[in-house]
Design a protein around this ligand. Structure first.
Ligand SMILES: NC(=O)c1ccc[n+]([C@@H]2O[C@H](COP(=O)([O-])OP(=O)(O)OC[C@H]3O[C@@H](n4cnc5c(N)ncnc54)[C@H](OP(=O)(O)O)[C@@H]3O)[C@@H](O)[C@H]2O)c1
Length: 274
């Protein structure tokens, strides 16, 4: 796969994260092109990816593309697709879109139709190669192209195929937006630690190490989250005192409503005239 040519349309946060992931996983830099129309970003991209190809215009890169990753904001996706449609119709590369809320049918129509397209939802820990991505492929995508898309997104973390495009709203609500829920909890824990007399650095270190440790513990355990929680909740102890407070405020219900709201918003955003 490393001999295939991949072109990123958009060299922003996510485009850069994916290009770095591919380089780390052994993709040849000579086979990676990054196109960005933000002139102020071009020199930074050339510095960060010295042996990849960096362009401010799409033409040269697209003539040899086996894979095109659309890594532009949802609101600029239509223009970006229309710009490259003619060349995509000639070369028929695998198209991978990482844009939130832009439907495969829309992308396909803007690109002229009948192209193999994978739509996916990565998350920001991809920036540190620890992301998770939900993927959905249209019927034009071959078995080899599915493997290719899986490997590309897998280079910045883990990846998971989903069966229906509409489930990307749930993926968005759980893992796409999910890092922010954990940051919110971390923020509150750091502040609580300070209120109890720790300084910010101490509270931050204790909180982050706890979050990392808890994530590692559950990922390496075959026990449920509930079982692991109960294992540290002794009767009459400190954890029980904290959990009782969370339960009095119906925390589980609050989290479930928040996630359902995120999924609803994701669904709204994928409709025209949102
Ligand atoms: N960041 C996240 O947490 C996250 C998570 C999951 C999915 N995503 C998705 O990832 C996509 C990219 O997000 P991002 O945060 O990386 O965005 P970003 O930092 O704004 O990067 C997009 C880049 O693409 C450039 N661009 C726009 N139209 C172009 C075109 N036609 N040809 C070449 N370059 C073009 C933009 O330049 P200008 O600024 O000049 O337009 C910008 O530099 C979004 O669709 C987002 O929904 C992001």
């Amino acid at each position: 796969m490393q001999n295939l040519n991949i072109v990123f349309i958009g060299g922003g946060n996510m485009g850069q994260a994916l290009a770095s992931g591919l380089l780390n996983s052994g993709w040849h830099s000579d086979n990676i092109s990054i196109v960005d129309n933000d002139q102020s970003l071009i020199s930074k991209l050339k510095e960060k990816f010295p042996s990849c190809h960096v362009y401010s215009q799409t033409e040269a890169a697209l003539n040899i593309a086996d894979v095109v990753v659309l890594a532009v904001k949802p609101q600029t996706m239509q223009a970006a697709c229309e710009q490259i449609a003619a060349q995509c119709q000639i070369k028929r590369p695998l198209i991978i879109s990482i844009a939130a809320g832009v439907l495969i049918n829309s992308i396909d129509a803007w690109l002229g139709g009948q192209l193999p397209i994978v739509r996916c939802m990565p998350n920001t820990p991809a920036l540190v190669q620890s992301g998770v991505t939900g993927l959905f492929a249209n019927s034009e995508v071959s078995k080899n192209q599915r493997e290719l898309a899986y490997d590309i997104l897998g280079s910045v973390g883990t990846a998971l195929w989903i069966e229906k495009e509409s489930l990307l709203d749930a993926v968005t609500a759980i893992s796409g937006s999910g890092p922010a829920y954990f940051f919110y909890l971390i923020e509150a824990m750091i502040e609580a630690g300070q209120q109890l007399g720790l300084n910010e650095a101490e509270s931050r270190e204790l909180t982050i190490a706890t979050a990392t440790g808890a994530a590692k513990l559950i990922s390496e355990s075959d026990q449920s989250a509930q079982a692991l929680r109960l294992a540290v909740t002794s009767k009459g102890g400190t954890t029980e005192a904290a959990i009782n407070t969370l339960q009095q405020h119906d925390m589980k219900n609050i989290i479930e409503s928040a996630i359902k709201n995120a999924a609803k918003r994701s669904q709204q955003l994928s409709k025209p005239n949102k």
